[in-house]
Design a protein around this ligand. Sequence first.
Ligand code: SAM
Length: 242
Amino acid sequence: MNKVSFGHEDVEPREKTRRVRGVFSSVASRYDLMNDLMSGGQHRLWKDLLVRRVRPRLGEAILDMAGGTGDVAFRLARHGAAVTVADINPDMLAVGIERAKARGIEGLAWAEENAETLSFADKSFDAYTIAFGIRNVTDMPAALAEAYRVLRTGGRFFCLEFSRTRWPGFATLYETYSRHVVPHIGKAVANDADSYRYLIESIERFPDMPTFKAMIEQADFANAKAEPILGGLVAIHSGWKV
Ligand code: SAM
């Protein structure tokens, strides 16, 4: 595989995986607080919308990939779905397990997994969700192929991710905010400007909606869709395995 982007730097694939691990190990303990601060609490609404689109049913098996500290999984579980939270980073999962305990949420399965090489059997899940995770994955086509493999026929794929807003004034405002304000918040609150700089740069390097939708189609998903939020600042991409 050729070099891949780690923020605005191009690095060897193995190096990206190593550095991404470092970023999330470093931010794990402050991750949830920082999400609220950086998005003004908006990420909660985006995750609520994602779960509304999934429409989880009682007893459905859902894989929340790159599930981190459990935000999406907790929402899915509220609808009675049988949720597996999978993430490559044990530090993020450890925070999630503690949060679940503190909230009295039981019955989630937690698994350390790389989205590119899942250990689950073919056709194990009714739905697959990935929120703010895919842009951190080194080999995105490999992760999409694995999502397809582990879904049952009729299974649904959903990805919530930052994209690019098409509202011109808002785009400029957001760019200023993300480049100049977010690393300062990262420094002040988590003493970690570099990790937050990476998180912003990785958003800037992520494919736009038509490109990512095409990648979902290339992974064989049918009826691929991109639903923009705030003009495309964030988007929910989806597809079906038929
Ligand atoms: N989904 C959670 C949320 O929305 O709050 C966490 C999102 S966090 C921005 C990104 C997560 O992706 C991190 O927990 C990170 O460890 C995970 N991740 C990065 N690369 C991964 C990979 N190759 N396989 C699985 N998880 C990965």
